[in-house]
Structures are given as C-alpha cells and as structure tokens.
Design a protein around this ligand. Sequence first.
Ligand code: SF4
Length: 491
Amino acid sequence: MIAASQKIGLTLSSSAVFPNMSDRSKQQRKRNRGTKNAIRIIKKPSPQPEVQDIEDAVSSFSEDETQKLRFALLDWYDHNRRELPWRRTSSNNDGCKEEEEEEEEVDSRAYAVWVSEVMLQQTRVQTVIDYYNRWMEKWPTIHDLAQASLEEVNEMWAGLGYYRRARFLLEGAKRIVAEGGRIPNTVSTLRKIPGIGDYTAGAIASIAFQEAVPVVDGNVVRVTARLKAVSANPKDSATIKRFWKLAAQLVDPLRPGDFNQALMELGATVCTPLNPSCSSCPASKFCNVLAISKDDSSVLVTDYPVKVIKVKQRCDFCVVCVVELLGSGGKLDNNQSSSEFILVKRPNEGLLAGLWEFPSVPLDGETDSLDRREAANRFLKSTLKIDTKKSSNIVLREDIGEFVHIFSHIRLKLYVELLVLQSKGRKDDSFKSQGNETITCKWVDGNALSSMGLTTSVRKVYSMVQKFKQKNFPCKQAPPKKRSRTTQKLT
Ligand code: SF4
C-alpha cells in the first residue's frame, strides 16, 4: 500500500487523475469539492489553486499506468476474447455504406448489446447464449420487441430469473419505438429509459456508440479492487463511486467499448473470484495486491475485494396446491394430456410479477399437513371459487414433497400437494367462475403446460407431480406387437 507521506506528496492536476473526463464530469467534480469532508492537499504553484482529495490521489492511476494498462488490456482482448453471439467487431466503414444503412447497423448493435447485457446481469454467459439466440430469432429488432406482449416476453425469459429485467426491456422498447424508434446514444439519454441503469447505459453507449464512458459490474469491481488494493467495503456507496471513477479514468477514449469489455472479460476469465491466473494476467505488472502478496505471504490476492457479510435472508413458507381436473372419462395415471391444471397469475408488482404459477398460499411458518390443507382450501374456495366438495369429487389429495427456492433476499420453502378432482357436471358449469377481480387464472392441459415457459420453481413443482404419478400410477403399457417374420424396410 502507498504510505500516507507519499500520498500527500502527490500533486496531480485533475486532467492527470481523470484524463478522460468530459467537461461535464469536470464541472460535476468541481461542484462536489465544496461538499466533501476529506483531508485536502493544496496543489501548487497554480494561478488558481486547486485542491485534491487524498483518497483521489491514492486510488487513481498515474498517466503512465493508464496508458500502459489500456494498451495491455486491449492487446490481450484482441487475442483472447470469447466469441459470443452478441459480439461483433466494429464494422469497417469503407465509405461505401449509406448513412442510413450505417445508422441501422449501429441501432441493431445497440439493441443486441442492450438485450445481452440485461440477460447477463446475475446470469452466467453459458446460460445466456441460448436465451439470447432464441430472443433474437423471435424479436430481431427493437420494433419487433415493442409489438410483443408481457406474457410472451415472460415466457421467453422463463428460467432466467429476475423477471423485472424482462418487463423493463419490453417497457423500454415500447417507449423508444413510441418516441421514434432510435435508441438513445449517450449515457444521459439512455438513463431516461425505464430499466436502464448506470451499468447498462454505460455498456450500450460505449460498445454501440463509442462514447468514452465506463461500466462497473462485479468483474470490474474485482479487477480494480485488486489492481489498486482497495480495502474498503465494495458494497458501500462511497466505494462504488470510487470504482466508477477508477473505471472512468482507465477507459480508452478511442476504443471505449472494447476496453470496457476487456476489463470485464479479464474479471470473468483471468481475475476470477477464487482462482485468479496472475501468471498469465496482462495487468499483473500494475497489480498492487499481487505485489503486496509477493512481499507478505499472509496476504492473498483473493482477499480483495473484501468480503462483506451478507444480510440474512428472510425465510418464507408457502403451500403449492397443484389442482388437476381429470377430463371426462379421465383416469388417474401419468398420462396428463387429458387433464387440466389451474394456473394463477401473480400480481403485476413485486416478486415474479405477472408470471403464472400453481395456486400458492403463504404460510406463517413451518406448519403441519392439516394446517396447510386448510390454508389451501380457504384460498381455493374464496379466491378461485373452487369448492372441492360441491362441484367435484376428490380423486386424490397427497403431499408430494417440499423444497427450498432461493431468491436474492428470500429463502422460500414450498410444500407441494397434488389435488386431483373429477368434475361432477360439465367442467364449464362447475368451474366457470374461478377467480375474482384481483386474481387472473386459467386452465391449461398437460401438453400445453409441458411446453409453456415456466419459472424454475414452477417447473420443479410440475416435475415433482410427474415423478409422483409415474411412481404411483404408471400408465399400463400396451403389449408389444408381435413382430412379423418379413423384414421391415426402414426408410
Ligand atoms: S495480477 Fe492477479 S489479482 Fe492482479 S489483476 Fe491480474 S489476475 Fe487479478
């Protein structure tokens, strides 16, 4: 770490600390100076004395470091980047392209960056590739996406988690198309689109529009925390601002998009959380933590960024009642194509907003089977208007298992029960008035359910139902036909 005396000895102009800062950022910085409460050193001599925060000085890169890091990272990226469907090399404009054609290409790139970056938040690259390809096949342009319904988008997103991201993508696309169809090309204008935060705005502006702005995600935090041996809590808002400043300082003004991707790629593939490959790292010469760890064996590069004790997750409980209605003459077996299942749409706000699920009833805590059934019965009767005694015969009611699903801040324990009903009359008469003004529900048959886009936990529940029925009510196999003696020709 740099000693305090060394820090105080530094006299850096603001352009040296932030060589890429826009005039707007410089003005902002000047405004901030009046409010900061840190120790200051005087820069001299200067006709207009400027002040410099000690913290700024110690955690910034020198001009020389900045240039060398840019060169090293871009060179490494050019030779090592992963081929991903949303990555394309910058198009060479040989002067032959019409302006309109060029604009279309940039817009299409901005849309691709937007979709991929939103999908990549909290999700692994390998998982995203398949979703991205399917998404682009269905909605290749922002205009196609703007025509989609929330239901279609949720279905396409099913399994990726954090469904608010999909809803915001759709809302953003609709807004942009309603306002003329051009994706904004600067961070400040992108930030006005619903769901586009600092990170996504920076990614789109730098990668698609070559605006020299930084991006900071978990990878960038890790790499910069190690390069500068930042020992402050990385979740703290002041530290986060510092990471943004460091990234802003490093970003290459000529290839901002490639540089940002290089920094993130380094974090994803070399400077990984647990096994960084320092010996093959293009930034190792500039890495403070590596230098410290060589001097002091008690320090590991993986000690940085410092680990923050996670806030304890909330524990919630619910009973999931899978209601299956047998078709006329339907039998209780594992052939579910003639059965129908009721799905309930979640409210449009909050966790898993607007998504379909089997009827789920919150519980106060760990409860026994009897209490869970009572809770489920109350919900079926009062909310879905399903009176199991009046309108149907109960063919089977069984607890089929339980599991825990982890959301970012909630640990949800789900008790799953299967309730199989046989309608006493025509289904349309017996079950026509399910739901009320606040709840939307629908019956879907087993085939449709298997092919629907469902959230991971709903799919898990359905698979529990299938396994339970396969085990307890296997379909009777038709006896194999006798083979004829004549050889069949296979075509
Ligand atoms: S030298 Fe090691 S710790 Fe430092 S940036 Fe490279 S991989 Fe990360």
